[in-house]
Design a protein around this ligand. Structure first.
Ligand code: CA
Length: 238
């Protein structure tokens, strides 16, 4: 089943949010509405959307403040942000783009134009909208070309490590026991010891480098989990 791209709408005016939601749904997107900054942050903490539509004028924290914050966090910085605003003058436009917005649309806007902008930012982010590519934070895996990169740099993996990483990335943020991993990655594991999983996780971590390896957590007594939270946000070590 094809996953619908999700759009987080951060907008305090219900009528506008509803209008956008209806149009998005009709166009094959999955809208999620957050009426204030706290709700928006909670949504982002739970699941990352494909695009954020961010109203400038919000009660509490402004859209500009939110855009700056989300751009500065490693977990959220790759999500395209389109700012919605009634403020159409040039200075505001520049401020919005400086805060890290990918695009900017002035109210009132046509929903047709908004949809075009959303598709454009999605295309720019993923030129080949290929489901074979899985991206988590700075880690990216392409199952079609067998390429893995971290922060844009190639990661060389053996076939088992590749399969293991692919499984963990497509089932991220969950703890998998060794026996579950044997089932999913090795298939028929009758003759394989659970310790084999540890050996391959160790190899995988070594191949990934310290910064990316921090994404694979050992959960004592339970197994392993790949998490985007575990990713160090400091500069890439040489
Ligand atoms: Ca508003």
């Amino acid at each position: 089943m094809r996953r619908l791209p999700s759009v987080l709408i951060v907008e305090d005016e219900p009528a506008i949010a509803e209008l956008i939601s209806v149009n998005l749904r009709h166009s094959g997107f999955r809208p999620i509405w957050a009426m204030d900054s706290a709700t928006a942050q909670a949504e982002l903490d739970a699941v990352l959307p494909d695009v954020i539509l961010l109203d400038w004028m919000l009660p509490g924290e402004s859209g500009l403040t939110l855009a700056k914050r989300w751009r500065s966090h490693s977990r959220t910085k790759v999500i395209p942000i389109i700012m919605l605003t009634a403020r159409a003058d040039e200075l505001d436009r520049v401020a919005g783009l400086d805060a890290g917005a990918d695009d900017y649309i002035a109210k009132p806007f046509s929903t047709k134009e908004l949809l075009a902008r959303i598709r454009a930012v999605l295309r720019r982010r993923a030129p080949e909208q290929d489901v074979a590519v899985v991206t988590l934070g700075q880690l990216s895996l392409d199952a079609a070309t067998y390429r893995v990169t971290f922060a844009g740099l190639p990661v060389k993996l053996g076939p088992t490590e590749f399969k293991l990483l692919h499984y963990l990335m497509t089932h991220a943020e969950r703890v998998h026991s060794r026996s579950q991993l044997l089932d999913q990655v090795w298939g028929d594991h009758v003759f394989i010891e659970e310790r084999t999983v540890d050996v391959h996780v160790k190899r995988l971590r070594e191949a990934m480098g310290v910064q990316a390896a921090a994404m694979i957590e050992t959960v004592r007594g339970a197994g392993y989990r790949l998490t985007v939270q575990g990713q160090c946000s400091g500069p890439v070590a040489a």
